[in-house]
Design a protein around this ligand. Sequence first.
Ligand code: F6R
Ligand code: ZN
Length: 188
Amino acid sequence: MGECSPVQPSGVEINLQTGEMLEPDRIVVRRASDMRGYYADADALDQLIRERGDPIHYEVFEKPVPETPGNLMYCISKLHPGLVGDEFFMTKGHYHQIRETAELYLCLRGQGLMLMKTEKGECVAEAMARGRLVYVPPSWAHRSVNTGAEPLVSFCVYPAEAGHNYGDIEDQGFPKRVLRVKGEPQLV
Ligand code: F6R
Ligand code: ZN
């Protein structure tokens, strides 16, 4: 007989049309004011905070599990649509603290891009749209960008011990930004 796991089996309901997680145990909320330093146009961000009352940028809905090897953390990430100047709303982006951990993002709603980069300077963008699954390999920082008019909603799953590391992103960002050019999203 093996040892009993301290974690009990559980279930949760996710509306696959809207991406809503019913009765999450934890909700992480990031507002526009939490994004200072991340967008190219700091004045446009200040203006948005002043004029629109510091709107929610993105939310993460979770049923947390112990952050120990063997468990899988999962969540719904909901990134609202909008622009800061000409730059589409995005998440901060992070590496995993434990670099050897990957992540799956299954997009349930919306349109966007997953920007990924390595510390060596590689940068790759994968399209996100309902039904697309993006694989984030170990060691790749990842940032979602919403290029559409509705929320960009994804189901994410990753090793529970992974952790978040904002590393060089706060200072250097990603090698590419996603801007609206002549009405269309463009990587620049
Ligand atoms: C977890 C993960 C997502 C993000 C969420 C918020 O590893 O990738 O759950 O944590 O989308 O993004 P950040 O942490 O970059 O603000
Ligand atoms: Zn992650």
